[in-house]
Design a protein around this ligand. Structure first.
Ligand code: WTA
Length: 649
């Protein structure tokens, strides 16, 4: 093993960990040599109503693609996250909640959470929600968001959580696609001292003429702020739940029945509804949560992700609750009101495991170590990173300043589509290298291929693919199975294509280099450049737009837009601001372009295709080695674009 920049597993961690390196090797070998036995055994960690007799039934053949795990078994996800813990840990804390304002605190035991979920599940039934119905959840980071998800799961409804930062238009398109009849929201959310008008956004989304399916909206009173009310449609959360019974039988679900939909961006078109099913997803989320974080009963676990993202689903709700963990939910932003907040929360609640994102670490790093002068941090044992590549400087800062050099860091690579973590160190088994996600989890078979799909061996770089299925994998794109097959299984036949590029070093460690498609990753949030472009061209004064990512110190990638205005429109600073606000309103704040360059023309081939590689390089200020421009219809546009580029850092 090359020793440069290697962080060995601390001896005390290795001694007490669930798996050490030798065990990892053995278990990994078994998991890929005989997945049936391996997963058949590990699926027992979940309570099944009717046990499965079949483990794996999958085919990656793009002419005949199917993915089924444990498919004749039945279970309920909510029962696995709640009911089965009642006898042994009913009075243990399931959720520690801290408000945006730290003076607001709440602790909920498993017994209390169970009762709340049952009440809300009964309320949903009373509103006419049935097994298989899609329920849209647009909530702030409050306990009730988890209650709503688990209540859906309890009665076999399929939840579709929409991130609270998304705009009315983004809500509308998800509601339309899911044909949702019921929506769950709050009057307002609170983040970083600001009120977020959630109910008003819902009202605006539902006022669109093409949103026709929604019959009821359940509204949680979070702030008590004034809201518009539609009689007959809108109902207060407390009114529908107060009278409801605190027990609710669980619906017996097939392992392959849908558990949830979660929309995510791709290279083309609208965000797609990633569909996850019940059995395989839960087994995988629970197992990875336990092994990747070396989770021990009684530990306090804090994932800073919003419930609107896959990390909030798998590693804030389903994985940890299936394992009976105590989870911490923070309503606000971990660096508000000051960068010290993250450390204060860890100390106040004696957090043992912290799972966060590189963008937050870089933001804290930029503010300086002094904010951690009073930070004790002795409770912390394991720290995780997710969402984007972590640069070695940020990794080291995280390790030193937050982890006091004694907490292993698990840099976990995965995707909305994968349901759970696929490439990651295990705390007791894997020596780490800053910036590397290291090795595959059990049952995961990554490979690197060239652009023709040939598998590359040894230390090399290529497109990251997975050669076989694992239980947590998405099953389809909701309502568009063809798109599922096309997006993930046609680029390289017989393999799942991740859309990421990666390097494998001489120790077999993987280093994710980022997306190789037209998806960008802004502060760990995934966005399709096509989405931002279509928002821009929806503006009357925009004739054409091309959007690319560029390296950004805090966000990882920033959004760089090249905009051609309609003839005769004056390119003013006001218009630039207006366009930024426009995109923000169309999609959400996270899609706001950082830089907008006016472009009189875009680099196109003679057939009219935009050559994005030139645009990426100019946006990244890499103008010395642009490559061959001779295939362009008008090579001179390149010089003009270089001349007026905005990122000269
Ligand atoms: C990127 C988030 C490097 C990657 C769980 C992937 C990462 C996309 C890492 C999925 C990591 C996620 N190192 N890159 N540890 N984790 N990514 O669907 O490009 O929001 O394809 O899921 O984030 O983003 P998504």
């Amino acid at each position: 093993m090359s020793t440069q920049s290697l962080y060995s597993v601390p001896a005390d961690i290795a001694a007490n960990a669930l798996v050490n390196n030798e065990q990892y090797q053995k278990m990994y070998q078994k998991s890929v040599a005989n997945p049936e036995d391996f997963w058949g055994e590990h699926a027992k960690r979940i309570d099944w109503i009717k046990p499965f007799t079949q483990v794996k039934d999958t085919s990656y053949d793009d002419q005949n693609l199917y993915i089924k795990w444990f498919h004749d078994g039945t279970l309920n996800a909510s029962a696995n996250c709640l009911d089965r813990h009642l006898a042994s840990k009913g009075d243990d804390i399931a959720i520690i909640w801290e408000g945006d304002d730290a003076s607001e605190q709440r602790k909920v035991t498993y017994r209390e959470l169970h009762a709340e979920v049952c009440q809300f599940a009964n309320a949903l039934k009373a509103q006419g929600v049935k097994r298989g119905d899609v329920v849209t959840i647009y909530m702030p980071m409050v306990v009730e968001a988890t209650v709503a998800m688990l209540a859906c799961a309890r009665i076999g409804a399929v939840h579709s959580v929409v991130f609270g930062g998304f705009s009315p238009d983004s809500i509308a398109s998800r509601v339309i696609d899911g044909k949702s009849k019921l929506l769950i929201t709050a009057d307002e959310g609170v983040r970083g001292g600001r009120k977020i008008p959630l109910k008003a956004n819902i009202d605006e989304a539902l006022s669109r003429p093409d949103v026709t399916t929604v019959e009821s909206v359940i509204v949680l009173k979070r702030t008590g702020g004034a809201v518009n009310w539609v009689e007959g449609r809108d109902k207060w959360w407390h009114q529908v739940t107060d009278a409801a019974a605190t027990d609710c039988p669980v619906e017996e679900m097939g392992a392959e029945d849908p558990l949830f939909l979660l929309y995510t961006s791709g290279s083309t078109g609208n965000p797609k509804g990633v569909l996850h099913t019940t059995g395989g997803y839960l087994v995988y989320a629970a197992m990875t949560h336990e092994y990747v974080f070396d989770y021990k009963p009684g530990e306090v676990y804090w994932c800073t992700a919003d419930v609107g993202w896959i990390t909030g689903h798998s590693y804030m709700v389903y994985g940890p609750l299936a394992n009976g963990a105590t989870i911490l939910i923070h309503e606000g932003i971990p660096n508000f009101p000051s960068p010290a907040r993250l450390g204060e929360i860890v100390d106040r609640h004696q957090v043992n495991i912290l799972y966060t994102a590189p963008t937050l670490i870089r933001a804290l790093m930029a503010e300086g170590k002094q904010h951690f002068d009073k930070f004790d941090g002795k409770s912390l044992r394991i720290m995780g990173s997710v969402g984007e590549p972590i640069n070695p400087e940020a990794w080291r800062w995280y390790h030193e300043v937050i982890g006091h050099e004694h907490c292993p860091i698990v840099d976990t690579w995965w995707q909305t589509e994968t349901g759970g973590i696929l490439i990651t160190p295990l705390p007791g088994a894997t020596d780490t290298k800053p910036g590397s996600a290291t090795r595959p989890f059990f049952g995961v078979q990554p490979a690197l291929v060239d652009n023709e799909g040939n598998i590359l061996e040894g230390a090399t770089e290529g497109n990251l693919v997975l050669l076989d299925s694992w239980p947590g994998q998405m099953r389809t794109v909701y309502g568009d199975h063809e798109r599922f097959v096309l997006t993930y299984f046609k680029t390289f036949r017989g393999m799942y294509f991740t859309g990421d590029g990666a390097r494998r070093d001489e120790d077999g460690y993987y280093w994710i280099t980022g997306r190789v498609d037209d998806v960008i990753n802004v502060s760990g949030h995934r966005l399709g450049t096509a989405e931002v472009e279509s928002a821009l061209v929806a503006h009357d004064l925009v004739a054409e737009a091309a959007v690319v990512g560029y390296p950004h110190d805090i966000k990882g990638q920033g959004i760089y837009a090249y905009v051609t205005l309609t003839k005769g429109t004056e390119a003013t600073e006001e218009l630039r601001q207006e366009l930024r606000q426009w995109v923000r309103k169309e999609i959400g704040a996270l899609a706001t372009p950082d830089l907008i360059q006016w472009a009189s023309g875009l680099p196109k081939t003679r057939s009219g295709k935009i050559m994005r590689r030139f645009l990426r390089k100019i946006a990244a200020n890499e103008i010395t080695n642009l490559g061959d421009a001779s295939t362009l219809a008008d090579p001179s546009v390149i010089d003009t674009l270089i001349e007026s580029r905005l990122n000269r850092a």
